[in-house]
Design a protein around this ligand. Sequence first.
Ligand code: SF4
Length: 224
Amino acid sequence: MKYNEMLDIIENSLEGNVHLDDLAKKKNDPFKILISTILSARTRDPCTIEATEQLFKTYNTPELIANADIEHLESLIKKSGFYKIKATRIKEVSKLIVEKYNGRVPQDFNDLMDLPGVGAKTANCVLVYAFKIPAIPVDTHVHRIPNRMGWIKTKRPKDTEKELKNLFSKDQWIRLNSIFVKFGQQTCLPTNPRCETCPITLKCPKIITINKKEQKKKNKSPLI
Ligand code: SF4
């Protein structure tokens, strides 16, 4: 079975949208997508959503965030964690967007990477979700799942991005992040993946390992 076909099967088993997809569908505001991606670092979706909405109720443009009181910014995004660093970051990013890009989020990977605190994952998220430009943002799910399924064998997110780009044609890149993120949240969880309900169990080497381990445990158990 081809990788694209497995991706289709996985996609059909999933529900809902990822947070950034929801943002893009409601009102495609690249600035909100960029800021929300920065706020999402090391936190869960519900906390990111709450912090983003709180912030954008008061400050919804680069100009407003650039000129906002830092302590007020911190209080609005507190829910996202690491709020002191994140408040400083979003203020710096907003200032640069106003000064260098006339208040508009750049659509170029290198320009995005030049923004303070913006790394490859965030830059690629903005390209994919805000501008629909083919890219592969590699977060924890995108790195873990294809490795677990034996599609690639990589240690660093940078290599994962490269390998996935070799595996999939460019027109497929844009869908990879949202499928793997949802799959990682709903089925192929970081610990205790729900292999019993997974639609590609028979194609996954991980399940073979799990079954072998369980079989070993049973063989050792004096109760059986
Ligand atoms: S079988 Fe289990 S480990 Fe493999 S992809 Fe499915 S949920 Fe993940």
